[in-house]
Design a binder for this molecule. Sequence first.
Ligand code: AMP
Ligand code: GLY
Length: 420
Amino acid sequence: MNILILGSGGREHALAWATLQNPKCDKLIVAPGNAGIAQIAECAQLDVNDGGAVSEFASENAIDLVIVGPEAPLAAGVADRLREAGFLVFGPSAEAARLEASKSFTKEICDAAQAPTAAYGHFTDAESAKAHVRATGVPTVVKADGLAAGKGVIIAETLEQAEEAIDDMFGGSFGGAGAEVVIEEFMTGEEASFFVLVDGEVCLPIGTAQDHKRVGEGDTGPNTGGMGAYSPAPIMDEAVTQKALDEIVRPTMAEMVRRGSPYQGVLYVGLMIENGQPRLVEYNVRFGDPECQVLMLRLGAQALDLMHACAEGRLAEAQVNWANDHAMTVVLAAKGYPGDYEKGSVIKGLDALPEDSFHMMFHAGTTLKDSNVTASGGRVLSATARGTTLQEARERAYALVDGVDWPEGFCRRDIGWRAL
Ligand code: AMP
Ligand code: GLY
């Protein structure tokens, strides 16, 4: 099979790495890729949000399967264009990608499917949003309806903070994403991420993870894309997992089928769990980054078979072979992230790191410059390791971190603290 992966982060490096473990992969191209991906696959410059350009590229390169990494091309309809052109695609249609691209759409689907989630109101003007907050009280959660790169969620402890967030969103600080606002009940409990492959009807769980969204140790400071993750998530025991499938995932996926827009791809189910009861926080229509890195290290070569079966609508006959293992990833970010940070610093020591089915230094934001690997993003590397216990995975991941010579970078030293 000739395979094209779209994206350039640690998630896509992990997808590429797992794909290459599988002998069914004859040729792999990643667009646009990064310096780490370029060491294992061909990289191509391509506007991944332009469905026409991606289709043309796929036919020129005799591609058999396209795996879409990030949400932006999905929301832009790239999977639709590829399917119209006859390509096999792993990733949902633009209509189904609204499960991530519109928070009010997801709430509506949950209502129709009676799936447990936070109570909410949906507003198109500031005054009615504020009146709702005054009536329901604080703490409350103010969300820009559209895609806001993970920044469109404000947890307001006071009425003033809530009103300020509402004014900011309607004032355009999140661009078009904030033209509509969702106000949600603040849920308490422990968060976990649950990953399910869906081929329209059939839902196949492929793993659980917990990530650390805050930049600082002890889960403090501003939100980031994720500073580290581990899999499995201890809180996702069999009973909670079964409830999440029966009460949330399956009914909402059935509602998508009923509406004529079946979901196909990986569904990232963000859950809040309290007293054994999961409630939906959000859906994403792609793998998490860095959660994908731990999932891929655990799944290995079978990840390609599973994504292929999903794209072909064959999940009913697919099976996941679980190993009784644990994985952890620690993100190395450029100093200053998630605020302003420098680009272009040189990263040394990467060549001496072990690379095998237990250790992988995935690249997230790197560029090759004059044969040096340089930092070109906020999140730059994702040190990922696997072991028979989480403690072993953790020791191996931090050993990778300690092998890197990059004074301009930093990481959190406490990834996994909750589980350990
Ligand atoms: P989202 O982009 O919807 O995942 O929100 C980002 C983060 O905000 C989540 O991972 C939660 O930690 C938090 N969050 C979102 N919605 C709620 C809610 N209704 N109650 C409590 N926390 C929330
Ligand atoms: N790590 C969170 C996300 O990918 O959305």
